[in-house]
Design a protein around this ligand. Structure first.
Ligand code: SF4
Length: 306
């Protein structure tokens, strides 16, 4: 989920990386009970002790929680989409404790951090006790976790990675959901609704939608923006995650790989800042733009960089 992502898109929207196996390996057993005491395990993905790019205006530490029900082709953290690295929650709180003198906030990312509801609620509560602002980067798959965090007033910022316009959810995401009974579209709609409600009730200070932009999906950005006029928008420069190519096509020869890689690099370069600004101009509102070249800026057609 974290910051600049790459993408492969076709037709109507964001196309996830095709997996050749049914996705089952994200399972998360985070609670054990011994002698009546509850012990929470964290399926750990990684830790950055100090970051100035994950939350504008703050120095934060970032905790990556392992496991995600999706398989985006542009995922920058695909090594922690699956697998298990179960740690005692005390180990993670110890890491946060070590960073706490140097930071004012904490970001939970992944993977999908809301997948581990119990662990995330406990870690957010710990961060709160340390006086840290709590931010979560999520794909919106688990609204129940967000609701639990809002109920306890444990979160200050939510950034939802908005995958595509609603019409492109069916089909695009079929077969990628963790549970066949789940609907990613329905869950994201519920997540957005509960974040809006939390903002209205002053339980959430910051809420934003992040859109990863490519030549292929640029024409849908206005539609998505118009449907979320009240939510701050971040346009993030998409970049092909070429290293995933071999994994996406078992049996591909090295020559075929190099040829496809060259083709992607030549024909599907990231949009330039000027091109992303052109898309932003059509939205007729202030947006934030993230590119590798200049980081993050606030942008509005008539005032340029704010
Ligand atoms: S939703 Fe999951 S697969 Fe997609 S970019 Fe985020 S972590 Fe990666």
């Amino acid at each position: 989920m974290r910051w600049i992502a790459g993408i492969r898109t076709i037709g109507q929207g964001w196309i996830p990386k095709r997996s050749y196996e049914k996705i089952q390996s994200y399972s998360h057993f985070t609670i054990t009970i011994r002698h009546g005491d509850v012990f929470i395990k964290v399926n750990f993905g990684g830790f950055v002790s100090l970051s100035t790019i994950d939350w504008r205006g703050r120095s934060v530490c970032t905790v990556f929680l392992r496991g995600c029900p999706l398989r985006c082709s542009y995922c920058q953290n695909d090594t922690i989409q699956t697998g298990k690295d179960l740690r005692d929650i005390d180990e993670i709180t110890g890491m946060i404790q070590t960073s706490s003198p140097f930071i004012s906030g904490i970001i939970f990312s992944g993977g999908e951090p809301t997948l581990q509801k119990e662990a995330l609620v406990e870690l957010a509560a710990f961060a709160r006790k340390k006086g840290l602002a709590v931010g979560i980067q999520t794909n919106g798959f688990y609204p129940g976790t967000l609701e639990a965090l809002f109920d306890k007033n444990l979160v200050d910022k939510i950034a939802i990675d908005y995958k595509t316009r609603w019409e492109a959810f069916p089909g695009t995401w079929d077969g990628y959901c963790a549970n066949e009974n789940e609907s990613y579209e329905r869950n994201v709609k519920r997540s957005i609704a509960c974040c809006r409600k939390a903002v209205a009730e002053k339980k959430l200070a910051e809420f934003e939608v992040v859109l990863t932009v490519f030549y292929e999906n640029g024409k849908y950005i206005k539609e998505i923006s118009d449907r979320n006029p009240d939510v701050p928008l971040v346009l993030q420069q998409g970049e092909h995650k070429i290293t995933q190519l071999q994994g996406a096509a078992p049996g591909m020869t090295n020559g075929e790989y190099i040829s496809i890689k060259r083709n992607l690099q030549e024909h599907y370069t990231p949009m330039t800042l000027a091109e992303i600004k052109k898309i932003a101009d059509e939205l007729k509102r202030t947006v934030r733009i993230r590119t590798r070249e200049i980081g993050e800026i606030s942008y509005y057609k008539w005032s340029n960089v704010l």
